[in-house]
Design a protein around this ligand. Structure first.
Ligand code: KG4
Ligand code: ZN
Length: 334
C-alpha cells in the first residue's frame, strides 16, 4: 500500500511517498527556516504564503522522486492539526483537491500522532537495540517533544493513546528557542544551543521543575532563571547553553523513565523536533532500563513520511476522512 503524506502544520512544506507504513520511497522537505530566521521566530502569515508557493512543487517532487503515478497511490494522508491554521489549510486543501481529482481516499492525521509513527519508518530506528525483535512493542510510553508540544503518551496499540503528562507552560522546543534568544543565538534555538553547548561545560546551577506526583513538565522557571543569570553578566554562552540543555534533558529523561516504570511500559519511544538533540538521546539511551526507540535525526523534525506512515495504520483500520475534513489548530492526542 503506497500512501502520499502531506505536512504543512508549521514552517516545513513536506510531501512523501511511503510503502506499507515503513518503507520511504521519497521524502521531500522544504524548510522555511531561512525566511523566518530574520524575524527570530515563525511569522504565521509568512508561513502560510510560503506553503502556498511551495506545496505543488514539493508534492510533484515527491511523486517524481518516488517514480509513481497517481494510479499507483492507495491514499493520501494529511496533517489537519495541531498547528498554525493558515498553514494547515494549505496542506488539507491540496490533499482534498488531489483526492477529489484522482478519486483517492483521504485521511486527516494528528501531527503529534505522526511524530510517534516516525518510529515505524525504515531506515530502522537509531538505537543500539534497533534490530527487528526490538521494533515497537505495546504498551509503550511515547515522549513527544517539539516546538509546540511536550507530551507523555501511553500507547496501548494502534490508535489507542492515553495522555499521562503534558507541559504546563512552554513546550521543550519553545524553551530551547526562547533560551537561544536570551543567549543571543540564532533561530531555531534547539540546534543553535546544541552547537554552542558542544564548546561548553554544564557547570551552572539551573533549577529543575520536578512537579512531584505528576507526569507534567514545566520549563518557564528554567527559562527565567537563565535570563537572571545572563543579566548578571560574565557567563560564557557555551557554558550557559550546556547547562540549559542538561537541565531540560535531565527533567525529560528522569520523568519519562519514572512514568514508564509506573505505567509498566515495555518500551520508550522518543520523537519530535527536540528528539534530534544528541545529548537528550544519549542520556535517555544510557539511563533507561527499557529499550528506547527514536528515529534518525532527519525524521525527528517535521516531515511527511511520518504522516504517511501514520496514515497507513488508519487506512488499515478502515478509517478515512471525507471532503468536510477541516483544520483543527488546537487538536490534542489522548
Ligand atoms: O517537530 P518540530 O520540527 O516542529 C514542531 O512540531 O514544533 O520541532 C521543532 C522544534 C524547535 O523548537 C527546535 O528548536 C527544536 O524542535 N529542535 C531542537 C533540535 N532540533 C530542533 N531542540 C533541541 N536540539 C536540537 N538539536
Ligand atoms: Zn512537529
Amino acid at each position: 500500500m503506497k500512501i502520499l503524506g502531506i505536512e504543512t502544520s508549521c514552517d516545513e512544506t513536506a510531501a512523501a511517498v511511503v510503502e506499507d507504513g515503513s518503507r520511504i520511497i521519497s521524502n521531500v522537505v522544504a524548510s522555511q527556516i531561512d525566511i523566518h530566521a530574520r524575524y527570530g521566530g515563525i511569522v504565521p502569515e509568512v508561513a502560510s504564503r510560503q506553503h502556498l508557493l511551495t506545496i505543488i512543487p514539493v508534492i510533484n517532487e515527491a511523486m517524481t522522486e518516488a517514480k509513481v503515478t497517481w494510479q499507483d497511490l492507495d491514499g493520501i494522508a494529511v496533517t489537519y492539526g495541531p498547528g498554525l491554521a493558515g498553514s494547515l489549510l494549505v496542506g488539507v486543501n491540496a490533499a482534498k483537491a488531489i483526492a477529489l481529482a484522482r478519486q483517492l481516499p483521504i485521511i486527516g492525521i494528528n501531527h503529534i500522532e505522526a511524530h510517534i509513527y516516525a518510529n515505524w519508518l525504515d531506515p530502522s530506528s537509531y538505537s543500539p537495540l534497533s534490530n527487528k525483535e526490538d521494533r515497537v512493542k505495546f504498551p509503550c510510553l511515547c515522549l513527544i517533544v517539539s516546538g509546540g508540544h511536550s507530551d507523555l503518551i501511553l500507547m496501548k496499540g494502534h490508535g489507542q493513546f492515553e495522555k499521562i503528562g503534558r507541559t504546563r507552560d512552554d513546550a521543550a522546543g519553545e524553551a530551547f528557542d526562547k533560551a537561544a534568544r536570551i543567549l543571543g543565538l540564532d533561530y531555531p534555538g534547539g540546534p543553535a544551543i546544541e552547537r554552542a553547548a558542544s564548546d561548553g561545560i554544564p557547570c551552572l546551577s539551573l533549577p529543575r521543575a520536578w512537579l512531584k506526583g505528576s507526569h507534567d513538565f514545566s520549563f518557564s522557571g528554567l527559562k527565567t532563571a537563565l535570563w537572571h543569570l545572563v543579566q548578571k553578566g560574565g557567563i560564557p554562552v557555551p557554558d550557559a547553553a550546556a547547562s540549559f540543555q542538561l537541565a531540560v534533558a535531565d527533567v525529560l529523561v528522569t520523568k519519562t523513565i519514572e512514568a514508564a516504570k509506573q505505567m509498566q511500559a515495555r518500551q520508550i519511544l522518543l520523537s519530535g523536533g527536540v528528539a534530534a538533540n544528541n545529548m537528550l538521546r544519549e542520556l535517555l539511551l544510557n539511563q533507561s532500563p527499557f529499550p528506547v526507540l527514536t528515529p534518525p535525526l532527519h525524521l525527528c523534525t517535521d516531515n511527511a513520511a511520518m504522516v504517511a506512515a501514520c496514515g497507513y495504520y488508519h487506512f488499515q483500520a478502515g478509517q478515512t476522512s471525507d471532503y468536510n475534513l477541516d483544520v483543527v489548530s488546537s487538536l490534542s492526542l489522548g
